[in-house]
Design a protein around this ligand. Structure first.
Ligand code: CA
Length: 230
């Protein structure tokens, strides 16, 4: 099951997409304008956006470009929909960062297969931005984290803290270093801030919380095997 956002102003196509995507087990949200599409994409962070090229308040290509530039939506997959005769080069679609391109009128079966193929690329990390570490999966582009396949909601700061620890795994990070690298502040601010946030991050990560290890008197280390803790 994936979260799919449909941005398409033709109601009959909306209905066809909604019916068939839901029947395939997806969670579907319908919007008819570029403005609503962008808002939903930012708020809901869908796995995939089905994006019509010609919208009443703008073009799908502009929206696609905006989605790619925005940190909150960068990792979302985009499949563009276009009517025959709306001549836009396929290449332009891909240059804008679309993952696939479907010409209307489309066969529903074909569309569902393409959607599945694009979603499969996401889950296997072919985007190059998804990394798996034990039970933990991180999508840097989309700022999303999963533990044992369950999504974990992290604040922007917690996400940054997790990435910093993860990218320097197996090496001890002092509280001072974390303060300056994650918070961008000098160490004269209390280092207790670090402890508080690490504690909260660990709780949110649940089963993957064991990777964030305390190195007594020094700081923290991200490692797979807890028995290595000093
Ligand atoms: Ca349209």
């Amino acid at each position: 099951m994936a979260r799919i956002l449909v941005v398409e102003d033709e109601t009959d196509i909306q209905e066809i997409l909604e019916y068939n995507l839901k029947r395939d087990g997806h969670d579907v949200v319908l919007t008819g304008t570029a403005r609503d599409g962008l808002r939903h994409a930012r708020e809901r962070r869908p796995d995939l956006v089905l994006l019509d090229l010609m919208l009443p308040d703008g073009s799908g290509t502009e929206l696609c470009k905006t989605l790619r530039q925005d940190a909150a939506t960068r990792g979302v997959r985009v499949v563009m929909l276009t009517a025959k005769g709306e001549e836009i080069d396929r290449v332009i679609g891909f240059e804008l960062g679309a993952d696939d391109y479907i010409v209307k009128p489309f066969s529903v079966r074909e569309l569902l297969l393409r959607v599945q193929a694009v979603l499969r690329r996401v889950s296997t990390g072919e985007s190059g931005e998804t990394t798996q570490f034990g039970t933990l999966r991180v999508d840097r582009g989309a700022h999303r984290v999963w533990v044992n396949g369950q999504e974990v909601e992290l604040t922007a700061l917690e996400f940054k803290l997790l990435l910093t620890l993860h990218d320097r795994r197996n090496r001890v990070q002092t509280r001072d270093a974390l303060l300056s690298d994650v918070w961008k502040i000098d160490a004269d601010v209390t280092t207790r801030t670090v402890d508080t946030h690490v504690k909260r991050l660990r709780e949110k990560l649940g089963a993957a919380g064991i990777y964030v290890q305390t190195v007594r008197g020094v700081g923290y280390r991200f490692a797979e095997r807890p028995d290595e803790v000093a």
